[in-house]
Each structure stands twice: as C-alpha cells, then as structure tokens.
Design a protein around this ligand. Sequence first.
Ligand code: SF4
Ligand code: FES
Length: 262
Amino acid sequence: MLRSDPLKITIDGIETEVEKETTILQLAKKLGIEIPTLCHHDAISTYGACRVCTVEVGIPRSGGGKRTRMVTACNYPIRDNGLNINTKSERVLAVRKMILELLLARCPGVKRIQDMAKEYEITESRFPIENPEEECILCGLCTRVCQEIIGKSAISLVGRGFERKVLTPFDEPSEDCIACGACAYVCPTGAIKIVQEDGKLTIKNWKTSRELAKCLECGEYVGSEAVLQYIKERVSLPEDIFKLCEKCRRKKLQKELITTGK
Ligand code: SF4
Ligand code: FES
C-alpha cells in the first residue's frame, strides 16, 4: 500500500507533521500534550461517549479562511493539511467544564469523575442529580471489550434516553459471560462489581456466577472454570498450564530444569 505524505498541522501552537488518519489524541500523546479521557482505551475501538477529550479544530476552507469545530480527540482522524488544533483554548475549557458538570451530576459518587472535575475547579454540579447511586456513564467500554477482545457478546447497551443501560440479554444471568472480569477491568468508573465467595466468582451487574477452579498443587483459586475452558479451547498449551497457579507452575518448571538439566 502506498503511504501518503505526512500532513502539516499545528497543535497548541506547535507546527508538526503527522501521518494521515492519526487521531488527535494519538498525536497529543506523542507530543506530551495532555488531553483528559474517560471512555478511551488504546486496545478497544473508540466510541466518543464521554466527550471530556473535546478539543477545538480549525479546518481550512477551500475558498480560504478556516471553520472551527469542537471534536472529540480520541476518535477524530487527522486527514487535512493545515489543521489548527487547540486543546486548551477558553472555548475548550468551557465545554470540558460543562461536560464534567454533567458527568458529575450523573455519577456524583464516582471518585475518578470527582477528581477530574476538581482539576477544573468544579466541586458541585449545577445540573440536577437523578440518582446519587449511579456509577455508569454509558460509555460502552465494557460491551466493546467483551465483544472485541474476549470474543463474546454477554452484555450490550440497551434502551434510549433515561432508560439506557448496560444489560445482559433480558437482564437475566448470561450464558455467554465467562466471568473473565475484563469489563470491570476497563470500566473507567468502577461501576462493575465482582465478588468472590463460596468458590464462585460473581459479576453482580450481570447477575452471573461461575465456579472457580483450584490449583491442583496448593489449592489457591486460579480463575473461573469457564475462562480456563474458553482459553483451553483456543490455544494449544500443556494441560498443566490450566491446572496450576502461576506460583506452582513456576516451581514445577524450576524442578524440571534442575532434575533434567534442560
Ligand atoms: S459499566 Fe463502566 S464500562 Fe460499562 S458502560 Fe458503564 S461506565 Fe462504561
Ligand atoms: S475519551 Fe474521547 S469521548 Fe471519551
């Protein structure tokens, strides 16, 4: 494939060259320019849900001059020469503050949002709080990690407006969910709760429990049976890998090395 010439653009007054299709966020990271993000993860497709990464872009008009647009840096691909990006203009800061106030009103108890808001000198939101217990910003990262990385579709965003939620099909325990916990790992607000009790791992939000497997040597839990089974079906690795915890596996390997010398 032919590579096109790099594009000449300006970001926060810095003139630079960039490969076409690079996102503003990728470029900013490369140059050490900080743009706040909540719903972005490098390994997962972008959706532009939280909007805290909003920046201002001056786009050249064909007849001369520029038109200005507010865009989300995480999913805006740079495609034109002469773009003038501003990540900290007064307009950007004003929009970001309003977005953070809206997020704070939606999830008033979420520490990460509180901290972000504080950085913009916001301690209280002027918007009404619907549910003080709400922790989900509906960014969909959990649904995308499940689909794109794990290869399952255990959860999805359903409903519209105030009714919008992340749920399992029919809000019933999910047959697809293997309790890998990837959803909780990527959730930016800690909205997904996992408990480990009575030999089971339960993802409370999805009302789904899976048996935990024990290490054959030490009896420590090594993860959900369903996850181990799922991996076993996809990779060809020795059985031991799935029956021992990391510590015991390492011990076994060391022992083999000493006794066989290989
Ligand atoms: S549960 Fe977390 S990851 Fe999923 S949509 Fe809500 S905030 Fe995003
Ligand atoms: S991080 Fe860009 S929209 Fe959320």
